[in-house]
Design a protein around this ligand. Structure first.
Ligand SMILES: Cc1cc2nc3c(=O)[nH]c(=O)nc-3n(C[C@H](O)[C@H](O)[C@H](O)COP(=O)(O)OP(=O)(O)OC[C@H]3O[C@@H](n4cnc5c(N)ncnc54)[C@H](O)[C@@H]3O)c2cc1C
Length: 398
């Protein structure tokens, strides 16, 4: 069977627009906000307005395609989101994570909200709060509680490392509605940051993506309407964790796309350095016979290609409503590891130029590591893939 690896033409304008923003808006201010941690990049406000306008027409284009094309292959919102994240990350991952209206919580809302909730929360900027002081990887260990009181839930707990936690106007919070039941009782709630009892307690200082704020957010008797619970309030022990985990099937390929965009930026810079040094890359002769740095470059580039193919597949499956947990994890595991390797090798091969601030390579090496940590670390992705491939449950394989 022939496989057409070209992207559909309807995405050309998205790629072009987001690439222009990355090149002309992000790159010129990239170093500035790497140095000015915790300062909000005001330049993003205009971009957010344009993005909001664009989203309306893209949404209708994607839903038209979906309904016209009952079968066999749809490319919709997941593929578009992936391409947009990829191009923006070529510019700067930290700035991408700071664009108003495009938080990880927005992806969670898009993945599991009802049509009524989509209407209500369509225009918010939502951060995503899962991690707590007592756990990170083991997301079934949520201790934040949501207690039903009349028509409201009352939230209590503390969330840490919340990306965009101090800038977003809403936050999607994972909380348990019944501590005795375990993972099936974990639900997500859309909480306005202006709610009484919600406070930003601290901002973190980090290795990379310094343009992006990372906050500790506390919930002390924070009251939200019951209809802010995303999905069903029923505790379905058969489905267990299914509802909230579904979010990751959509967001992990997006994080993989960030890694691919950043990886491409580093490969381009490395290639420029090699060519300036007089090393030509010859794809028609064996890598082993070429300069050692060129052979390394070719190896990195082929790993990058593999990451790209994994990621496009995972997003395509999400657009076509195919179960993609394993593929979403594969894309994130492969792309997260690859980008870390590409950026660190680029620093190594660039040597003085790689380690100094004359180029952005050293910054990209610092930025890249997070893409192999958040939305599930490398090890957690491998665990999920192993469970799927071997047909084991989370109790069998920990
Ligand atoms: C900059 C930044 C932004 C973040 N943004 C968000 C956000 O917006 N929202 C949010 O909720 N969280 C966010 N996080 C938290 C992030 O998701 C967690 O850091 C991540 O899930 C890992 O959890 P942990 O740090 O507690 O590490 P741990 O879970 O303690 O893991 C420590 C190490 O052990 C490994 N490990 C753990 N369990 C296993 C296992 N079973 N088998 C093999 N190895 C294992 C891990 O891979 C890791 O290497 C962010 C983190 C950072 C650094």
């Amino acid at each position: 069977m022939a496989i057409n690896l070209e992207l559909p033409k309807k995405f050309d304008s998205t790629v072009e627009r987001t690439h222009m923003a990355a090149e002309h808006l992000f790159r010129p201010i990239s170093r500035k906000y790497d140095k000015a941690e915790h300062e909000y990049p005001v330049e993003l406000d205009e971009l957010a307005k344009l993005a909001k306008k664009g989203r309306g027409s893209e949404k209708s284009a994607d839903s038209e395609t979906a309904s016209e094309n009952d079968a066999p292959s749809v490319n919709g919102a997941n593929m578009r989101g992936l391409l947009s994240a990829l191009e923006m990350s070529w510019g700067d991952v930290g700035l991408l994570l700071s664009i108003p209206g495009q938080g990880l919580g927005n992806a969670a809302i898009a993945a599991v909200a009802t049509p009524e909730q989509l209407e209500r929360f369509g225009d918010v900027w939502a951060a995503m709060a899962i991690t707590e002081p007592s756990f990170g990887s083991d997301s079934a260990a949520v201790t934040t509680t949501a207690t039903l009181d009349g028509d409201d839930y009352i939230l209590n707990g503390e969330k840490i490392f919340v990306t965009a936690g101090s800038r977003a106007d809403h936050v999607v919070v994972w909380a348990t509605i019944d501590k005795t039941v375990g993972r099936a009782a974990i639900k997500s709630f859309v909480v306005p940051m202006t709610t009484d009892g919600v406070t930003v307690a601290r901002l973190e200082h980090k290795l990379g993506i310094k343009a992006s704020d990372t906050a500790v957010v506390r919930f002390e008797n924070a009251r939200v309407p019951a209809e802010n619970l995303l999905g069903s309030p029923e505790i379905d022990t058969k489905k267990a964790f299914g509802g909230v985990m579904q979010t990751f099937d959509n967001t992990r390929p997006v994080v993989a796309a960030m890694a691919i965009g950043l990886g491409r930026a580093a490969l381009e810079e490395l290639r420029r350095m090699l060519e300036d040094a007089g090393h030509e890359i010859d794809y028609d002769s064996p890598a082993a016979g070429q300069h050692a740095t060129v052979a390394e470059y070719i190896r990195l580039e082929s790993d990058w290609e593999a990451s790209w193919l994994h990621t496009v597949r995972a997003a395509w499956m999400a657009d076509n409503k195919q179960p993609n947990s394993a593929e979403a994890s594969m894309s994130k595991a492969k792309a997260g590891r690859t980008v870390t390797e590409i950026t660190n090798k680029a620093v190594e091969i660039g040597a003085t130029a790689g380690f100094s601030e004359t180029s952005l390579l050293e910054k990209w090496a610092r930025d890249s590591k997070i893409l192999d940590i958040f939305e599930g670390t490398q090890q957690i992705q491998q665990l999920i893939i192993a469970r799927r491939v071997l047909g084991k449950s989370s109790a069998d394989l920990k």
